[in-house]
Design a protein around this ligand. Sequence first.
Ligand code: ADP
Length: 207
Amino acid sequence: MANRYKTILLFGAPGAGKGTQGKILGKIPGFFHQACGDVFRALDMTSDLGKKFVEYSSKGLLVPDDLTIEMWRSNINAQTVLSLYKPHEDLLVLDGIPRNVAQAKAMEEYIEVLEVIHLVCPDLDKMVARMRRRALKENRIDDADERVIRRRFEVYDRETKPVLEYYEASLIKNVDAMGSPSSVLQHVLEVVVPVQDGHFKNPLSGV
Ligand code: ADP
């Protein structure tokens, strides 16, 4: 248990901006961003796992937990072997995983969750609009259809939201996700910088 990856979770409904914030954080020395959806989308879609991903995500459903955790484990392992992610130097920023309580439990063995950034976006219409824009820009099949988007919100409410109760309340930091990316970033940094400073050396000076 001592060697678990020191981790921050980016948490929030589809369209809340986890990917946007995660990608920015991942550019800062000392942070490593890993988005589960991106790992899935990078699969060979003709492979067995790729086909499973298309089967579930095109309906707005979660991919089964055993496949997801196995894929996550081999991906983070590969990132470590390649030294893209350095567990002793980098804070791991996970986005899109764990996505239900079973995944949170299965990951206990591998990650030490230092904080959960909950991007709060109460305006459903705004999130749906964001997802539609993204679907056009990124050619995402799962967000092109309004019914699939609605299903994704139902799945979030039913399966993903309970993850917030799984972690200790003191770890949950609510951040208003309705502002511009830079203002959301400002609030996210207020929360994550002390965590990084408290657990890691300065990644550039080493002290
Ligand atoms: P968003 O950023 O819009 O929340 P993602 O890119 O994270 O969406 O996920 C897209 C799809 O990939 C999900 O709808 C789901 O089918 C699948 N997926 C991603 N992460 C997980 C996960 N942790 N468990 C199961 N399925 C997942």
